[in-house]
Design a protein around this ligand. Sequence first.
Ligand code: ADP
Ligand code: ZN
Ligand code: ZN
Length: 661
Amino acid sequence: MFAKVLVNLPVEGPFDYKIPKPLQDAVKPGCRVWVSFGPRRLVGYVVGLSPTSKFPSAKEIEQLIETEPILDENMLNLTKQMSRRYLCSWGEAIDAAIPSSLKKGKVKVNARKQDVPEHIEPTTHMPPSQDQKKSLEEIYKAIEQKQHQVFLLHGITGSGKTEVYLQAIEKVLSLGKACIVLVPEISLTPQAVERFHARYKEKVATFHSRLTQGQKYEQWKKIKDGICHIVIGTRSAIFSPVKNLGLVVVDEEHDTSYKQQDTPRYNAVWAAVQRAQNSSAVVILGSATPSLESYYKAKHKEYRLVNLRERIEKRALPVVNIVDMRKEIVERKRRHIVFSRVLNEAINKTLDNNEQAILFLNRRGFSTYANCKKCGYVFRCRKCNVALNFHSDKKKLICHYCNYQIDPVDICPECRSSYLNYFGFGTQRVESELHKFFPTAAIGRMDTDSMTKRQSHKEILKDFASGKYKILVGTQMVAKGHDFGQVTLVGVISADTALNLPDFRAGERTFQLLAQVAGRAGRGSKPGRVIIQTYTPHHYAILCSVQHDYESFYEKEILLRKELLLPPFSNMIVVTLRSYKEEKAKSAASELAKTLCKLKTSGCYEVAGPVPDMIYKLRRQFRWNVILKVKNLEIITEKLKDILKNSRPSGARLTVDVDPL
Ligand code: ADP
Ligand code: ZN
Ligand code: ZN
């Protein structure tokens, strides 16, 4: 007998290995084995058996790691589909689907207990609201009929989405089936897990990055052995070995943390839908601000749209004010302003009332755009509608989708003033200004720089919740999920940083972010207020978020996407070439772009490149991209795989990202 074996390398496979006599009956598909592969000894995944081989002199399997397969047929299927969709090898896809504690071929079980709350108050079931009832009726029907269906549950924070998930789970459990609940990393707080534990006790298994490998393995084993029927976890929890899957819930389905940023670059939302489809299960994608792709599918009946229109108990949404920073600059005759007069006054009032404020700041990171502080003009690519990225080393403004370049100028092309600005400010600048203006206030700061210790994130939030800090300043981290009753003011220092990211989704991200930030204000009994500072107060992403109007935002954004053939009207694929030698990376990308132009006849709209990556140099390697806009992904991925296989550039490394975020 021969076994068909895959390894976690960017090579296709499967590879044939002879099964030694004593293992003839023990080796099964889904088992792991030790094999020698070239000069190396690697863990291999058995995906099939065969009495014959085209390579009768194939090497023998060295060792069988376990007799009980760790991957069932469903999982082999899903990972194979994933390798096709995301252009990785099947072995790489499998590797992403198993817990890391199993990857090295041994298991380290650590007996430390998981930090699950011990005493849980039983929850009383509340009667569902009108909207919840309507949504649940449809969801129940699909669950009972064992019919694959994707529901897009659109409802603002506090509208009772989690309650809908819980009731749908209840239904699934009553039919003897299992559920997977995916949440973004940042919102998997102990409180969130507690809500599930309170209802379903030891039936719940949890997965997140704070677990040790041993703890992860323990959870994995409980699911595999059928002890747990509900899995709640981050991205990779979609691969949990649940049997008899009835429902997958994806909370905050628009969240970028569902996309894995290393090979295989899959999106867990895709994996959730695919897995559910394979097992005729139901999916609920929940969000206050669905991704354009999902909402488009819902509008075109591929998904079923269900709405929760109001907050529970009709709690009011906060009042949102826009501050036009252009006026501020002109009226105060200053070139740099961090706090507008309106925000300054509002912070003072909040402190006087002994209430709390959150100040939100988007991190600039690698991206620097150029704008005019007098009229709000931003240098954009006409063809791609993204802000041009300023490269200080090259002294150029560059479009990262098509490589359009211009020289920076000193005079604004719009208003002829000299208020052009090529740099921004970071959290530290904001914090030092804060201390200057509010010397007596206790200020907590939360961003990736201050988050070096594992616990400090939690500690800062705790100190803020207890009232030790009056003001919390931070990046994205402060925007999500937290519930502070004393926060009456949320200030967005600059909405423009999100809006002018060199990303075609910048408008979408801005809307999502502002909606989320606004959700932080006025969660207690006191009404909340949101102040957004911006140099582009007329932008629809900002105007629609003031009105809490997703629908209008969608209508405007989708037109633009259609006009420029951007997703959901196409799929994007980015091929990145990296090399320590700048010229090598560029010429390899240029070669590849030429070859890929052939794809234009078979379902490809556009090939652009070579284009410098937004992160042009990383770990001493230079990065050049070739970007494809594709109309038929299925046709293209097959052909693209062939092309890439045959054009391995020398001296440059290549990575592919399908549907990059
Ligand atoms: P979301 O997930 O959309 O943010 P939640 O499900 O967390 O909303 O609901 C917000 C709050 O309203 C929670 O405190 C929840 O317990 C409560 N809630 C949800 N549904 C109901 C209901 N039908 N009746 C009363 N309270 C509810
Ligand atoms: Zn201007
Ligand atoms: Zn462009």
